[in-house]
Design a protein around this ligand. Structure first.
Ligand code: S3P
Length: 433
């Protein structure tokens, strides 16, 4: 992934419609749960990007039959809740923290051995946060450097895991989902408590597969499950995290008017809409509907004068992946934006706070870093520069929008957008015409 991409400034605003690619979180979960069903599931609008294709490949190694059909639809035929098979080789989680953490939860209760590897970025990310509670449930998981790092091996469970009550120190949908998946196979109830509610796609999809997830007193509870009753079709909503680039681009580039089609608007993901609206953005949700328990809408965004805002820990799980692009919005807004409670960004695909501080300031020196956040001085004066992506898809796409709305940018290691949005650059060009 070493090639460069040059992005030129947009002259006349962004115009047009975008079919937003499938949600990454929902795509991972759709293929994992379908592989545990007794009946075949068709998945439409599945995100065919690197991270989710790694999940497809792991679930195949675990015994599911998965066909990617000509129209992009996925047909998954599983072997039931207890039908996973021991993989013959090592499971490669690539760059995907979601895949690795969810599958650690799913495989912890299985009677076979599995070893995970992944790329350099994933090898540096903290896995103790999921290994620790799974170990409390009785799982045997060993990894490098005190069980924290890849490669990680899940040893065969010699007896059923035991449900626990677990208070998560940080809100994390990946950890919550891992424990819910493990909880389906455990003795007794598993209760997960989070400081703030993280995305609830696993809970919604388990319900769609006939496995009830109880919610009470700020916790989610899983009882042992017997089988999954799969829907015939799962229609994956468009990813609001991918739509976010066009929301910000259209807001800050004068003369823009874009329609983003079929965007997932699950309330645990719509922090970006709340913050952009608080900044003065012109955003209209239309044609709202629900499919497979997930709400979706078409979203029209027109350019507007943005102003700075402050937000922090409470809203963070609802927009955690959108901080890199919200930081770009703040650079173009008038006044100051203060972001706090964003320490989790330091353990994403790269240290995203540091990446923002080090690279965005090459385009406009207007950002101060703090231990868990950023202060961004708006109405920034931009110049053209060459910036690193650190192979982080969200940093690369945010830099592209900053360059398009500013004075241009050259992005080093630009192909990492393939992790979540392979059509990103072609979509940008089509909106610029
Ligand atoms: C995800 C949860 C979030 C998010 C990640 C996808 C998921 O991570 O940042 O991109 O699909 O569950 P955490 O749960 O670790 O906050």
């Amino acid at each position: 992934m070493s090639e460069k991409k040059q992005i030129f400034p947009v002259r006349h605003g962004l115009q047009g419609e975008v079919n937003i690619p499938g949600d990454k979180s929902v795509s991972h979960r759709s293929v994992i749960l379908s592989a545990l069903a007794d009946t075949p599931v068709r998945i439409t609008n599945f995100l065919q990007a690197q991270d989710c294709l790694s999940t497809v490949s792991c679930m195949k190694q675990l015994g599911a039959e998965i066909d990617i059909q000509a129209d992009g639809m996925l047909l998954v035929t599983g072997n039931g809740l207890h039908g996973l098979q021991e993989p013959a080789g090592i499971l490669d989680a690539g760059d995907s923290g979601t895949l690795l953490r969810l599958l650690l939860g799913l495989l912890a209760p299985q009677p076979f051995l599995a070893t995970f590897t992944g790329d350099a970025s994933l090898s540096r990310r903290p896995m103790g946060r999921v290994i620790e509670p799974l170990t409390q449930m009785g799982a045997h998981i060993v990894g490098r450097d005190g069980n924290r790092l890849l490669p990680i091996t899940v040893l065969p469970a010699l007896q059923p895991l035991t449900g626990i009550t677990y208070q998560m120190p940080v809100a994390s949908a990946q950890v919550k989902s891992a424990l819910l998946l493990a909880g389906m196979y455990a003795k007794g109830e598993t209760t997960i408590l989070e400081p703030y509610t993280s995305r609830d796609h696993t809970e919604r999809m388990l319900e769609a597969f006939g496995v009830p997830v109880r919610k009470s007193g700020g916790g989610v509870m899983m009882q042992p499950a017997e089988k999954l009753c799969a829907p015939e079709v799962i229609d994956v909503p468009g990813d609001i995290s991918s739509a976010a680039y066009w929301m910000v681009a259209a807001s800050v580039i004068d003369g823009s008017d874009v329609l983003l089609k079929k965007v997932g608007v699950n309330p645990t993901r719509t922090g970006i809409l709340d913050v952009l609206r608080a900044m003065g953005a012109d955003i209209q949700c239309m044609n709202e509907r629900v499919s497979g328990g997930e709400p979706m809408a078409d979203i029209r965004v027109r350019s507007a004068k943005l102003h700075g805002v402050s937000f922090g820990a409470e809203i963070m799980p609802r927009l955690i992946d959108e901080i890199p692009i919200l930081a770009v919005a703040a650079m173009f807004a008038s006044g100051e934006t203060t972001i706090t409670g964003a320490g989790e960004l330091r353990v994403k695909e790269t240290d995203r706070l540091q990446a923002i501080i080090d690279q965005y300031t090459k385009l406009a020196p207007c950002i101060e870093g703090q231990a868990d956040g950023l202060v961004i001085h708006g109405s920034a004066v931009f110049s053209e520069a060459s910036c690193f992506s650190y192979d982080d898809h969200r940093i690369a796409m945010s830099l592209a929008i900053a360059g398009a709305a500013g004075q241009g940018v050259t992005i080093e290691n630009a192909a990492c957008v393939n992790i979540s949005y392979p059509e990103f650059y072609t979509t940008l060009h089509s909106l610029m015409k």
